[in-house]
Design a protein around this ligand. Structure first.
Ligand SMILES: *Cc1c(COP(=O)(O)O)cnc(C)c1O
Length: 346
């Protein structure tokens, strides 16, 4: 297989920059699980400041942040309310059933975004026959919703209904900083609507590994127990946490470039006969498009692009997803769109 030149498969595909590697190489480190790693402590402090939460916890992945959060919030037989497209439902290997032993009630939101009324309708009555509604999960931005940003007012409405019924609210913030940059809403304002949230360092922020979970002292204390339980407690983890601090200082504002490149790619792709954007409204760095109007399947198109060193994933027979990130330039998206047009026109 030809080496990948233009990697639009995911924002997890970026390489750590030389400057980030330098920050990692010179990081002060200690035993993270004894809370003696200064670089991990620094990163956690930065995230509590950014999000306006009491405490934070460094974890190896966003998936672990989600699963630990669900396990802290929920007990056996509880029910979680989430959009049907949610990462916790589709990409976490059935984690809620295994770790928190909870059910998930899937809502049919608009591009992954549901509202207060949807939540109100999904909350169970107080009956011995029903599971206990316990938690609402929102994804900022919605991945399978095409990178849609949850508007602050929608979140506030959902939070009000959740609070009224004694439910907690958790935010999967894999792309929280994309939402912040796209909307201009401060991260702390989004964070104020939820009880727990995390941001991924290994997506748009460009780190090799890591995510940071935040919430109250009480929540994070209990999350620490789960971190140990599932083997997420580390040792000289400052070497990776330093990449996170570097990214928070240097890779946030530049997300606007990813969004602009995504819009450019979407515009170019929408001009190709046989291709249709799944959502015209490309708000952040994810572009979903449908190729059913062409003679080829999405998988065939993906394979032919790959032969030219361009990687764009097929979601199913008809749909593809492209993702911009810090290793993707304006020229890259233009070239990818040109090659896509060539492949489709045969
Ligand atoms: C990538 C992603 C995750 C999981 O994060 P990892 O760090 O890859 O474990 C969770 N939720 C969403 C919406 C994601 O896109």
């Amino acid at each position: 297989m030809k080496a990948v030149r233009i990697n639009l498969y995911s924002d997890t595909q970026s390489q750590p920059t030389p400057a980030m590697r330098e920050a990692m190489a010179s990081a002060e480190v200690g035993d993270e699980q004894h809370r003696l790693d200064p670089s991990v402590n620094k990163l956690c402090h930065e995230v509590t400041e950014l999000l306006g939460k009491e405490d934070a916890l460094f974890l190896p992945s966003g998936t672990m942040c989600n699963q630990i959060s669900l396990a802290v919030h929920c007990g056996a037989g509880d029910e979680i309310i989430a959009d049907q497209s949610a990462h916790i439902i589709n990409y976490e290997a059935g984690g809620p059933a295994v770790l928190s032993r909870s059910l998930v009630r899937a809502l049919d939101g608009d591009c992954g975004v549901f509202d207060a009324e949807d939540v109100q309708k999904a909350i169970r009555s107080n009956s011995y026959h029903a599971p206990r509604s316990r938690l609402v999960v929102v994804e900022q931005t919605s991945n399978r919703g095409g990178g849609a940003v949850w508007p602050l007012s929608t979140l506030q409405g959902v939070a009000a209904v959740a609070r009224e019924h004694g439910l907690n609210l958790h935010m999967d913030g894999a792309r929280l900083m994309n939402a912040v940059v796209a909307s201009g809403v401060p991260a702390a304002d989004f964070a104020a609507t939820v009880d727990s949230l995390w941001l991924d360092l290994s997506k748009g922020l460009g780190c090799p590994v890591g995510a940071v979970l935040a919430g109250t002292h009480e929540f994070i204390d209990e999350a620490w127990r789960w971190k140990h339980r599932v083997g997420g407690a580390m040792r000289q983890a400052g070497i990776i946490a330093a990449a996170g601090s570097w990214a928070l200082a240097n890779h946030v504002e530049r997300l606007a470039d990813d969004h602009s490149n995504a819009r450019q790619f979407a515009k170019r792709v929408s001009e190709i006969p046989g291709v249709q954007l799944v959502s015209e409204d490309v708000q952040t760095n994810l572009i979903f498009f449908n190729v059913s109007g062409s003679q080829l399947s999405a998988q065939d198109i993906s394979a032919r692009l790959r032969e030219q060193g361009i990687w764009i994933g097929a979601i199913d027979n008809e749909r593809m997803r492209a993702v911009t990130h810090l290793d993707i330039s304006r020229d890259d998206v233009n070239e990818a769109a040109d090659r896509l047009a060539d492949v489709i026109s045969g």
